[in-house]
Design a protein around this ligand. Structure first.
Ligand SMILES: [Zn+2]
Length: 391
């Protein structure tokens, strides 16, 4: 490690700390001082950004793109990003032979030709005037084009709907939409049921919402936050009501997919999702006590069950202690999976079988000590009788 002093290409003097083999150091130092000094480089970069931004905003005016919304710095950068995004999207469209298949979020597909795709880019530019949209997607041009294509197709589909039907649908939407007493979040969270039967939630990009979704076990599937519905989650209506209820309590406006779920959410009449399950571990042939999150009280209580051992994030309990497990489950509010119930019943039947076997085969030949004694006395009496006879 050594300090090298020199003059940068901009004329400013400075020093640099160089490491590595001694023979390479002078070369490294020369290379370093061949550039601008750090301050000048920063200034140059900023000027470059300004220059590009100015160029981009002139192009934007020429293309009649809408103004962007955001902070001054965001807008300045996003204007440049939008122009380069448009340029690369148009290049992508140019490379397409004649048409492409565009897949909707719901799995259905539609064919789009080059002209339509170009129109979709225009439509997308008109629709997305938030500087953040272009900043967040700066390195996802392909995805952005797909988003625009989908939005364009959706608009086209909506236009096919007769005006009076559309009005009715909007009415229905507003009936299914509930705003909290004190709304603190703009826009609407839309809940829906996917074709595969999972619960989906859609909302604008928002960090609080993202945290909320993750906490409630939702996963991003590319077009919405989805929660697969299974034995352990309970019914989809209960899950929709529960998430809707929590969102409303946190200031979000929510659109439900049915009157029933809307009412359930408002009244709070739904079955809460249970994070506590007794499952069957087929590999180990043991019951597994599973719960969400860290809970030392549960851990200590479960640990006391006979033969209990902590494995793979669950407390394993040997099948023969199903009765003790049952007591624990009832006390701590655990539910059994269908499989665990079945195994419990099987084990109980098996155990009842043991007891019957004990009753059926009592050891009758075995003598008690009293019987033994009586026999001895009887035999001695016989002997006495015999002796008498002989006497
Ligand atoms: Zn300088």
């Amino acid at each position: 490690m050594a300090w090298y002093y020199g003059t940068y290409s901009c004329g400013h003097e400075g020093r640099v700390n160089i490491i590595g083999p001694t023979k390479d150091r002078q070369w490294k130092a020369d290379r370093h001082f061949g550039r601008m000094c750090p301050e000048c480089y920063e200034k140059w970069k900023e000027e470059e950004r300004d220059r590009k931004s100015l160029e981009a905003s002139e192009k934007s005016k020429e293309m009649e793109l809408p103004e962007l919304a955001g902070t001054e710095k965001q807008v300045k950068w996003a204007v440049t990003l939008r122009i380069s995004a448009i340029e690369s999207m148009l290049k992508m469209i140019d490379r397409i032979k004649d048409s492409v298949m565009v897949e909707y979020g719901d799995g259905s597909r539609e064919r789009m030709d080059k002209a339509e795709l170009a129109e979709a880019v225009d439509y997308g530019c008109m629709a997305h005037t938030d500087a953040r949209f272009w900043i967040d997607r700066r390195s996802e041009m392909h995805e952005t084009l797909v988003i625009f294509a989908r939005e364009y197709l959706k608009k086209k589909r909506d236009e096919e709907i007769p005006a009076d039907v559309m009005e009715e649908m909007l009415d229905e939407d507003s009936r299914l939409t509930v705003a909290p007493e004190n709304p603190s979040k703009a826009g609407i969270v839309r809940l829906s049921e996917s074709n595969s039967g999972s619960l989906e939630a859609r909302y604008v990009r928002d960090d609080d919402f993202l945290g909320f979704m993750k906490e409630k076990g939702f996963r991003w599937n590319g077009s919405a936050w989805g929660k697969a519905i299974d034995e352990f989650t309970g019914a989809i209506d209960d899950r929709a009501a529960e998430i809707g209820n929590a969102l409303l309590a946190n200031g979000y406006t929510v659109m439900f997919y049915s009157d029933r779920t809307r009412q359930m959410a408002i009244s709070g009449c739904f079955e809460e999702e249970s994070g506590r399950w007794i499952k069957w571990n087929a590999k180990r042939q043991m019951f597994a006590i599973c719960w969400d999150g860290y809970n030392d009280t549960l851990y200590q209580a479960a640990r006391k069950l006979p033969g209990a051992a902590w494995r793979d994030g669950c407390m394993m309990v040997p099948a023969e202690f199903y009765r003790e497990l049952d007591d624990f489950a009832e006390t701590m509010g655990f539910r059994y999976s269908k499989r665990a119930r079945m195994e419990e019943k099987r084990k109980a039947d098996e155990t009842n079988g043991y007891r019957k076997a004990d009753v059926r085969e009592p050891d009758r030949k075995k003598q008690t000590d009293e019987e033994r004694l009586r026999k001895v006395l009887e035999s001695s009496r016989t002997i006495i009788e015999d002796l008498k006879d002989e006497a």
